[in-house]
Design a protein around this ligand. Structure first.
Ligand code: ASP
Length: 337
C-alpha cells in the first residue's frame, strides 16, 4: 500500500443498490462494507481509504442543490487529511453534480472524482469494480486538480460530461472536450489540458435555490408558454435552441418577451440542443434576433454546466452584468473560448 489516502463519499446510486420488490434500492451498511473488503486494496499502488456512507442514501434522481452543498462541505471538512476524493453517485444526475461541484469547489488542488455504475456491485456482471478501482488509482496516484467524472475507461472533466446512454456501460461522453485520461493497458493522461493547481486554499461556494429553468424549443412552441415561464418569478433561463443557437425569428411576441425579460434583469443563456458543437448567434438571422433581444451565448457548454454555473453565479454576490460576463468566459474549463 502507498502512503496515499483517499476519502470516499458514498451518496447512493445504482452502484451500491440491491434488488428489492420495488426494483433496485440503496441499502444502508451494505456497500461501504463491501468496499472495505475489496481484495484489490492490498495491492501496493492502492491508497488507504476511508468510506463515508451518507445517512440518507439516494437514487440520484432525488438530488437537490442542498445535497451538492453537503458533498462540498464533507470534502472540505477532511480536505487536508486526504490526497484525493471519490464521490460515489447515481449516474442519472451525475453530470449535474460533477458540474455543480466544479463551481462550488473553488481553487481545488486535489482530485475529486465522481463515479458510479450501470449495474450494482451486488450483481455478477457489475461495472462498479472497474469504475471504483480505477478511480482509486487516479485519485491517489495522479495530480488532477479538478472535479472529474470517471466511467468506463475514461476520465472526463466533470463539467464537460453528459450521460448519453441509459443502460450501456459507455454511458458518458464529453462531446466538446477531450477525455482527461484514457484507460487501457496503459493509463494515458492528457497532461496539457488539465487545470493547473491554483496553490490556494480551497473555497466552498454555496448554490442556494435560485429560480432557474431550462426551456427547450420545439416546432410549434407558443410564446404564451414562454410568457407563463417568464412570469413565474425566475431569475435565469437556459434556452435550449436549435443548431448553432437558432430560434424562430418570425414570432414577434416571442422576441419581445425575451427582450422585456432581459430588460427586467432575467438572464437568458442560449444553449444548443445538439450534443456537440457551439452556439454562434451571428450565423443566421434566427440567431441574430436572439442576440438583439439580449440573450447571451452559452457557447459549447453542456446544459448541465450552463444550468449549474448560472445557479452558482445567481447564488453569489455578482451583479446581473457580472453574471452575464462570467457566463461567457471559462471559470473551470467548462467552455472553450
Ligand atoms: N437511478 C440511478 C441513480 O441515478 C441510476 C444509476 O445510478 O445508474 O441513482
Amino acid at each position: 500500500m502507498t502512503n496515499k489516502r483517499v476519502y470516499i463519499a458514498y451518496t447512493g446510486g445504482t452502484i451500491g443498490m440491491k434488488p428489492s420488490d420495488k426494483g433496485f434500492v440503496p441499502e444502508a451498511g451494505y456497500f461501504a462494507e463491501q468496499i472495505n473488503k475489496l481484495p484489490e486494496l492490498a495491492y501496493p499502488d492502492m491508497p488507504e481509504i476511508v468510506v463515508h456512507e451518507y445517512d440518507n442514501l439516494i437514487d440520484s434522481s432525488n438530488i437537490t442543490p442542498d445535497d451538492w452543498y453537503r458533498i462540498s462541505e464533507d470534502i472540505s471538512s477532511v480536505y487536508n487529511d486526504f490526497d484525493g476524493f471519490i464521490v460515489l453517485h447515481g449516474t442519472d444526475t451525475m453530470a449535474y453534480t460533477a458540474s455543480a461541484l466544479s463551481f462550488m469547489l473553488e481553487d481545488l488542488s486535489k482530485p475529486v472524482i465522481v463515479t458510479g455504475s450501470q449495474i450494482p456491485w451486488s450483481q455478477m456482471r457489475t461495472d462498479a469494480r472497474d469504475n471504483l478501482i480505477t478511480s482509486l488509482l487516479l485519485a491517489s496516484q495522479y495530480d488532477i486538480p479538478e472535479v472529474s467524472l470517471y466511467f468506463h475507461n475514461r476520465l472526463y472533466r466533470g463539467n464537460r460530461a453528459r450521460k448519453v446512454d441509459a443502460s450501456g456501460f459507455h454511458a458518458f461522453q464529453s462531446p466538446n472536450f477531450p477525455a482527461l485520461v484514457k484507460v487501457g493497458s496503459q493509463i494515458q493522461v492528457n497532461q496539457e489540458i488539465l487545470l493547473k493547481d491554483p496553490s490556494k486554499p480551497l473555497k466552498i461556494n454555496k448554490i442556494t435555490h435560485p429560480k432557474v429553468v431550462v426551456l427547450s424549443l420545439f416546432p410549434g412552441f407558443s410564446a404564451d408558454m414562454l410568457e407563463a415561464v417568464l412570469n413565474s418569478g425566475i431569475q435565469g433561463m437556459v434556452l435550449m435552441t436549435y443548431g448553432m443557437g437558432n430560434a424562430p425569428c418570425n414570432d414577434m411576441k416571442f422576441l419581445h418577451l425575451l427582450a422585456a425579460a432581459n430588460h427586467a434583469g432575467i438572464i437568458i443563456v442560449n444553449c444548443t440542443q445538439c450534443l456537440k458543437g457551439s452556439v454562434d448567434m451571428s450565423s443566421y438571422e434566427t440567431g441574430q434576433e436572439l442576440l438583439k433581444s439580449g440573450v447571451i451565448s452559452g457557447f459549447d457548454m453542456t446544459p448541465e454546466a450552463t444550468l449549474t454555473k448560472l445557479s452558482y453565479l445567481l447564488s453569489s454576490e455578482c451583479s446581473v452584468d457580472e453574471i452575464k460576463q462570467k457566463m461567457q468566459i471559462s471559470l473551470r474549463g467548462e467552455l472553450s473560448r
